[in-house]
Design a protein around this ligand. Structure first.
Ligand SMILES: [Zn+2]
Length: 653
């Protein structure tokens, strides 16, 4: 997985891609640029960066302050004090260790700035250099330094350096407020420098936008990190090289990568981060760029979960700079279709790479990995998409045109009783389900049915507050109304899911025969019903239970039409479990109600006797109470939904 990221980075590598990849994404209220002219000793303030966007952060190259005790050797920072003291000397000290800046005018200007505009003190650490603000004027020609600051600077040997810096900071902030006409400065601020100086009659402007600054940062980040590198074999390119481990400052998800058992660390504990994942300098840069691409372009931000796609190439030369854009769009589209969007795929992708799906939730700024599904061949996604289409066609044939019959992953979420607290969904169980599904493992039917029956209860008792079902598109926001439709849609969707899993070979369905009852069933004058029973590949006993539910629907519909909106017959179904005894009692009650409501016509009587035939002949198969309820509910949902579709009753049943 990590090699795929490196490969993407390699493709996208350009002058600025590394810096762009590690820019801070926090929100800032303002950025102020101190425009210092070293020929006139004038300082102006520039700020049109109210509510900074990504492009402005990019211009300023704000990568965050450095951890640890070194100088903050950067010219964009959130602490003005750094610019007054350590930034410039820090950068110049770093330049000495880098060989790309021998004749740099950028460097020359900073040298002049340090030499002419800073005071050198006796301090050994952060206050060795302090900006001599006395030398500078405002644009109106007045001094920036206050009397207090001047007094302190004149008496520098006897005053705490910290107090002096504080005083200079106050003067500059005062001047900023004056220049940008603000009474109060907001809290989240950035500060940066733009220094102008004529060198050999050429005006040189030192700012974060200068190409030398980008080069400097790149050197700094990688060099800094490789200071403690040692010789070894790079985990990515296998070269013998100076290698260093991935760090936690710049890597967001890859820092969880562990090498011993390929994959991500299961928990978000810093100690678990990889300690011996050594990579060479080139690969380190590739990974930074590649991860940034994945984080910003291969993120599908669904309401329920964040999903990152990490591709892994099988043939490393198959993707080029030219086809990269189409390739990345095509992958994203494919995952999108399977998750939530019905639609045709625009591009064809060759099956020459695998994808890893990384599911994460973010808690403020920290990202937590909930689940990773590894090594999914693209052909597997195609297979799922095809079955999804097939299921949709069947759903439409049986129940009419309705988007609910499209079993996208998003719709599958509502089939399981997943809890939620406020807006946080306890998504893990669903992700396990997806892992099982995508990886092609078998499902345990007992588990599935118990989950379905639990979900059925959530709908039946409108217990939506604590469950994800409240977000289902078919659940009305107002919950006071008696409305069975969400429950019906859910049960029918779960029937479709069983078909979906059967086609994929992931559940066992035995089917089976019961010659006498089957013969009776075949003669029933309801082609659709027979087709549906066939579609579900029910075992004989399940056919009987389904027909019991179907008759409950007949009675319920009649009760509804006669004004009992809550359909009293439903109270005869125990939504926890129905043992053999309860099923038999229900069957007797059905006969009674059919008579009572005068709907014991030839057709219903036949269905009743077929149901009885199946159940009587398969008593020993009625042991699983949950299985019994599920199939009774399925028959009920089928019969009732059909009545709605055929307009026998109005929509709101
Ligand atoms: Zn390498």
């Amino acid at each position: 997985m990590i090699r795929g990221v490196s490969e993407i980075g390699k493709l996208l590598k350009s002058e600025n891609s590394l810096i762009d990849g590690i820019l801070k994404s926090d929100k800032y209220d303002y950025a102020f640029i101190l425009k210092i002219n070293l020929d006139t000793y004038q300082i102006d303030v520039f700020s049109n960066f109210q509510e900074l966007d990504k492009n402005q952060i990019k211009k300023l190259k704000w990568i965050g302050n450095f951890k640890g005790s070194g100088y903050q050797a950067i010219i964009t920072t959130d602490k003005l004090d750094y610019l007054i003291t350590q930034s410039i000397p820090g950068i110049l000290a770093n330049f000495k260790k880098m060989d790309n800046f021998k004749d740099s005018k950028f460097k020359k200007v900073l040298e002049i700035f340090l030499k002419e505009a800073f005071i050198t003190t006796n301090d050994k650490k952060y206050y060795k250099y302090i900006l001599d603000i006395r030398k500078f004027r405002k644009v109106d020609g007045l001094e920036i330094a206050s009397e207090e600051t001047k007094r302190k600077l004149n008496n520098i040997k006897n005053i705490e350096l910290e107090k002096i810096v504080e005083s200079i900071r106050k003067d500059i902030l005062g001047y900023i407020k004056e220049r940008v006409k603000l009474n109060e400065l907001p809290k989240k601020l950035l500060f940066s420098l733009e220094i102008t100086k004529k060198i050999d009659n050429e005006e040189v402007v030192v700012s974060p936008e200068h190409p030398d600054y980008a080069l400097y940062l790149k050197n700094l980040i990688v060099q800094e990190h490789f200071k403690s590198s040692k010789e070894g074999i790079c985990h990515i390119c296998r070269s013998k090289n100076n290698i260093a481990n991935l760090d936690t400052k710049y890597f967001k998800l890859l820092k969880f990568y562990i090498t011993d058992k390929k994959g991500f660390a299961s928990s978000f504990i810093e100690e678990n981060f990889t300690k011996n994942f050594g990579v060479c300098r080139d690969c380190y840069e590739n990974l930074l760029i590649g991860e940034n691409f994945v984080l910003s372009n291969f993120l599908l931000n669904y309401k329920e979960v964040k999903l990152y796609i990490f591709p892994e190439f099988l043939y490393y030369n198959s993707i080029t700079k030219d086809n990269f854009e189409i390739w990345s769009k095509a992958i994203k589209d494919k995952v999108n279709v399977i998750w939530e969007k019905v639609g045709e795929l625009e591009y064809y992708l060759e099956n020459n790479f695998l994808i890893n799906l990384v599911f994460a939730t973010s808690d403020g700024s920290a990202v937590k990995i909930d689940k990773v599904i590894y090594d999914i061949p693209l052909s597997r996604l195609d297979e799922l998409i095809n079955v999804q289409k097939e299921v949709y066609i069947h759903g439409e044939e049986f129940f009419g045109l309705e988007k609910y019959w499209n079993l996208e992953f998003k719709n599958m979420l509502y089939l399981l009783p997943i809890r939620k607290r406020k807006d946080v969904i306890e998504i893990r169980e669903f992700l396990e389900f997806l892992d099982n599904l995508i990886s092609g493992r078998k499902f345990d039917k007992v588990w599935l049915f118990s989950k379905f029956v639990d979900t059925a209860r959530i709908h039946r008792y409108k217990n939506y507050d604590n469950y994800v079902q409240s977000n289902a598109p078919y659940v009305p926001k107002k919950k006071d109304k008696i409305d069975d439709k969400p429950f019906l849609i859910f049960i029918l969707q779960s029937n479709l899911l069983l078909y979906y899993l059967r086609i994929l070979g992931q559940i066992e369905t035995k089917g089976g025969e019961c010659a006498m009852c089957d013969e009776l069933l075949r003669n029933v004058d309801n082609k659709e019903l027979l087709e549906y029973v066939d579609f579900l590949k029910l075992e004989p006993v399940e056919r009987g239970l389904f027909l019991v539910g179907y008759l409950v629907a007949k009675i319920g519909t009649k009760q509804y039409k006669e004004g009992s909106e809550d359909k009293p017959i439903l109270s005869k179904i125990n939504f926890q479990s129905m043992n053999e005894e309860k099923v038999k009692t229900l069957l007797n009650e059905i006969l009674e109600k059919l008579r009572q409501y005068k709907i014991l016509d030839k057709y219903n009587e036949t269905i009743y006797s077929i149901a009885k035939c199946y159940l009587d002949g398969n008593r020993e198969k009625l042991k699983d109470g949950i299985n019994n309820v599920y199939w009774i509910l399925s028959g009920y949902a089928y019969g009732t939904y059909k009545a709605i579709v055929k307009k026998e009753v109005k929509d709101g049943i």
